[in-house]
Design a binder for this molecule. Structure first.
Ligand code: NAD
Ligand code: GLY
Length: 368
């Protein structure tokens, strides 16, 4: 039975949209039907998620009135390495061959990889078609499905080709998390913790008390954590959709994290794991550079460990390697590194004046 636990709104004037959070939402013809605009639907998923959840979406679409005339199912291979222009080409081929017109609705069912590729397909197919996100990983439920960043990777860089394109609705069915590998759940928790650190101290303190319930997928706390995360993200996106300022704060810990992911080779460390270690580093630096109280370091390390996340970067990664890779960060302007740091828990800002020797010292001690 469908249980709608929270409904939020991303406020973007005529492109505003709801985020529904609850149980068994996938199977609800009413919710999907409200957001399917024409009589054609293309479900885009991957080979892992499709066998688990696409039948439920299909069945729900079967109950939509007036009846949907065409449902195509496009199943992509699983993995970040398939987030490419080739995969996008395959999606366009199928949509065209199966006669999808401008009134079609694309429904993405999967994690961030599926959502990002399907979103870019929706942004570009026939100059843009209706798009619904059905995220099935915790990371995609609290981060990638909200805010309209869509992209594919290029051999020279991750997410280098894409568009801002907001979905018409996000359906977060927390039941889907029961099939998610625990390591992926922990990776999603890193982004949940991030929202507390950068903008919501009460939520951050709440997480310390509820982290084991979240890992055990207790539905009340889980829906609450997703709702708080999405409402924090929705607020930031409503204020700064195209990342002119405030939205950059969502990258807390990510400059260090991206350096770890690149150094280790994508896939070795999950994104959320690298962000976990990166947030620990950014918090240490915040103590040194911004006067964040020192006891916050131990509290964060405790929370990261309880979430099943690393608390430090790889032991064999030296300061030189971090500094080299961090210079490639999108936030570097005129060779100046811009980092997100905390003045206090819940108050983040962009900082571009960290002395080189302070940063180097931090990177040298971080793995200990
Ligand atoms: P993912 O999409 O690769 O999913 C992780 C794994 O879990 C995959 O193997 C997937 O098939 C599997 N999976 C998904 N749902 C499942 C379920 N319910 N049960 C069992 N297995 C399931 O990874 P992700 O962490 O969801 O997303 C990472 C991607 O998101 C990256 O490409 C990143 O660039 C992107 N991203 C985008 C934004 C944005 O704002 N658009 C933000 C953050 C990350
Ligand atoms: N994940 C960062 C953003 O959406 O801006």
């Amino acid at each position: 039975m469908t249980v709608l636990m929270h409904t939020l709104h991303v406020e973007l004037e005529d492109r505003s949209y709801p985020i529904y959070i609850g149980r068994s939402l996938l199977a609800d013809p009413g919710l999907l039907g409200r957001h399917v605009s024409g009589r054609q639907v293309a479900i885009i998923s991957n080979e892992t998620v499709a066998p688990l959840y696409v039948d439920r979406v299909r069945a729900a679409l079967g109950g939509v009135e007036p009846a949907i005339e065409k449902i195509s199912e496009i199943v992509l291979p699983d993995g970040e390495q398939h987030k490419t222009l080739d995969t996008l080409g395959h999606i366009y081929d199928r949509l065209l061959a199966e006669g999808h017109n401008r009134s079609t609705t694309i429904v993405a069912v999967g994690g961030g990889v599926v959502g990002d590729v399907a979103g870019f397909a929706a942004a570009t197919y026939q100059r843009g078609v209706n798009f619904i996100q059905v995220p099935t990983t915790l990371l995609s439920q609290v981060d990638s499905s909200v805010g309209g960043k869509t992209a594919v990777n290029h051999s020279l860089g991750k997410n280098m080709i894409g568009a801002f394109y907001q979905p018409g609705a996000v359906l977060i069915d927390i039941d889907t998390l029961h099939s998610l590998p625990p390591r992926e759940l922990s990776a999603g928790l890193a982004e949940v913790i991030k929202y507390g650190l950068i903008g919501d101290e009460p939520f951050y303190r709440w997480l310390h008390d509820h982290i084991s319930q979240l890992r055990a997928l207790e539905e009340g706390p889980l829906a609450e954590a997703i709702e708080r995360s999405c409402s924090n993200k929705a607020r930031v996106v409503a204020e700064d959709e195209r990342e002119a300022g405030l939205r950059a704060l969502l990258n807390f810990g990510h400059t260090f994290g991206h350096a770890i992911e690149t150094a280790q080779g994508y896939g070795e460390w999950l994104h959320g794991e690298a962000v976990g270690a990166g947030m620990a580093m950014a918090t240490r630096l915040s103590v040194e550079h911004c006067g964040l109280p020192e006891d916050e370091i131990a509290l964060l390390l405790e929370l990261l460990a309880a979430a099943g996340l690393p608390t430090a970067g790889p032991a064999d990664m030296g300061a030189d390697r971090y500094l080299e890779l961090m210079q490639r960060d999108k936030k570097v302007i005129d060779g100046r590194l811009r980092l997100i740091l905390l003045d206090r828990i819940g108050a983040a800002r962009v900082v571009d004046d960290v002395p080189g020797d302070t940063l180097r010292r931090l990177l040298e001690v971080a793995p200990v």
